[in-house]
Design a binder for this molecule. Structure first.
Ligand SMILES: Cc1cc2nc3c(=O)[nH]c(=O)nc-3n(C[C@H](O)[C@H](O)[C@H](O)COP(=O)(O)O)c2cc1C
Length: 503
């Protein structure tokens, strides 16, 4: 992550590009490995990785997880996973997937071991056969998955951890502990309104000694928080010891996936967040913190890379363009269909402040046959059987439980949730798994998908309607191409350029 000046652009050496983490299962090990082999930074996603792996095992293990699990030091859990889920011939077409027991806020050690083992496979596969940089991405909102996933990634030699969708202050403090083989914990923000007599604080705990008898000392990975503003970067910088943060990803709200809520808290009637200049990070202020930083959200173009370098950034983080490559986790037919329809202008990108149970705005591709279509949304029977986005609450008996506003409304209400909160939410857990070809089968058919992507996709610079395909090399060549030939670019301002998806 070395800096160089704008004048050295034509000869700049990698890494200048971070291929952003994309869950669930979009930034696969295959994509991250390819990008890392090119000398850039490849990031796999830890979100939902346990379910991704057990569904793959039930589909005949197309990614060779069995081989990698054979190398995993917690041999008992590796064997357990294979015994329980591996189906060499794959499932029958109409068979439902067998589910893992939901990971609770006070989880079983077994469930933690499964998370660590499955994350290990993803990182290990991404790291095989090269010395490039591979990272693991997690969402700060999903606190209860963070520690075991990071531990599994550490055991596989992960180089970087990147965490977005929240303020990863405590996470930054726990990573060195895990690397040292020590127990770690993350505070939980629990709704205690139904048990007002119970006081005290709540935490999720994870101990490497529950995974391995004698936890080794492991290399501490670099930590790259994903922030939406210089203010957040400065808070983290002030409150954390200097060696806990190694750089920043500064992301604008035109990025694919979840976006930061608007600082003014304003939303249009259709739930579109109304951003203003307060949502633009002051890049000079980030630069002044003295650590490498990458610009994300609408920078996936030669112009974006050139701009980033001109303001002293180490480079750019790109997701949307990589999400539709041959190496992404989407099935081939899905990427082809999305690329073709984007080129034909049949799809647009909208920002939905309602659909995600996280409460964060979420970028949605307005594709028919997905939950973005009102009819498909209305027809889906609500069910919550994966629970990644459940929020902790204490029930009337003081028990620590979880609920999600996308679950059946009556259930949500019975758990103390406000039914107004449930309106318009979609089950991202099931939809995002459907996107990558792992839709759960219900009695009334498969779970419908819901695709995300940034504004960049509306002017997709790669592939075409006639040839709807490109790969990760094409993205890297494209991003460097115009920089090398010294084409245009807006410079001279220390603010983010106005959202401008691609040249
Ligand atoms: C399909 C998709 C899924 C994403 N999922 C995540 C995620 O799980 N965690 C995260 O931190 N960012 C996620 N992102 C954001 C990317 O990592 C990246 O920061 C962003 O896409 C960069 O901006 P761009 O969309 O203009 O390329 C996702 C983006 C896309 C397109």
């Amino acid at each position: 992550m070395s800096h160089s000046t704008a004048s050295s652009l034509p000869r700049m050496s990698p890494p200048n590009i971070v291929q952003g983490g994309m869950g669930i299962g979009v930034s696969t090990w295959r994509l991250a490995r390819h990008v890392a082999q090119r000398g850039e930074i490849g990031i796999v996603s830890g979100t939902g990785i346990d379910t991704v792996v057990v569904r793959e095992l039930q589909d005949g293990d197309p990614h060779d997880r069995c081989r990698v699990l054979a190398d995993y030091p917690d041999t008992a859990i590796a064997e357990d996973l294979l015994d329980r889920f591996y189906q060499p011939e794959g499932r029958a077409p109409d068979e439902s997937y067998d589910l893992l027991k939901m990971h609770g806020f006070e989880p079983s050690v077994r469930s933690q071991r499964i998370l660590a083992a499955t994350t290990f496979t993803e990182v290990r596969l991404a790291k095989e056969g090269h010395d490039g940089l591979v990272g693991l991405n997690l969402l700060a909102k999903l606190k209860r998955y963070t520690l075991p996933c990071i531990y599994g990634a550490l055991l596989a030699g992960v180089d970087i951890v990147s965490i977005g969708a929240g303020i990863p202050m405590e996470e930054a403090r726990q990573i060195p502990k895990l690397a040292a083989g020590e127990a770690a914990e993350l505070g939980l923000d629990v709704d205690t309104s139904q048990a007002p007599d119970v006081d005290g604080s709540f935490a999720y705990r994870f101990d490497p000694a529950d995974v391995l008898d004698d936890p080794p000392t492991l290399d501490r990975p670099l930590f790259l928080p994903i922030v939406s503003s210089d203010v957040l970067a400065r808070i983290l910088d002030t409150k954390l010891p200097d060696d806990h943060v190694d750089g920043w990803v500064v992301e604008t709200p035109v990025a694919g996936g979840h976006n930061a809520p608007p600082r003014n808290k304003n939303y249009a009637e259709d739930h579109t967040p109304l951003y203003d200049e307060r949502d633009e990070a002051d890049l000079e202020s980030v630069r002044a913190l003295g650590k490498p930083f990458f610009l994300a959200g609408g920078y996936g173009s030669p112009r974006g890379l050139r701009f980033a370098r001109s303001v002293g950034a180490a480079g750019i983080q790109v997701g949307s363009l990589f999400s539709l490559t041959d190496e992404s986790g989407y099935p081939e037919g899905t990427t082809r269909r999305l690329i073709r329809r984007l080129h034909r202008g049949d799809l647009s990108v909208s920002t939905d402040g309602r659909v995600s149970s996280t409460g964060f705005p979420f970028k949605v591709l307005t594709a028919e046959d997905t939950l973005a279509d009102e009819e498909v949304y209305a027809e889906r029977r609500r069910v919550c059987d994966l629970g990644y986005l459940r929020e902790p609450y204490l029930d009337g008996k003081g028990r620590l439980m979880g609920r999600c506003p996308a679950e059946p409304v009556k259930t949500y209400e019975s758990r103390g949730g406000d039914p107004d909160e449930a309106e318009g939410r979609a089950c991202l857990c099931n939809a995002l798994l459907a996107n990558i070809g792992h839709a759960q089968r219900r009695a009334d058919g498969p779970e419908p998908p819901l695709f995300t992507g940034g504004d960049a996709l509306e002017n997709l610079p790669l592939g075409s309607a006639d040839d709807p395909q490109y790969d990760a090399d094409d993205v890297i060549e494209y991003l460097y191409g115009a920089v090398r030939s010294g084409q245009g670019g807006k410079e001279g301002t220390q603010k983010h350029p106005r959202p401008h998806p691609a040249d």
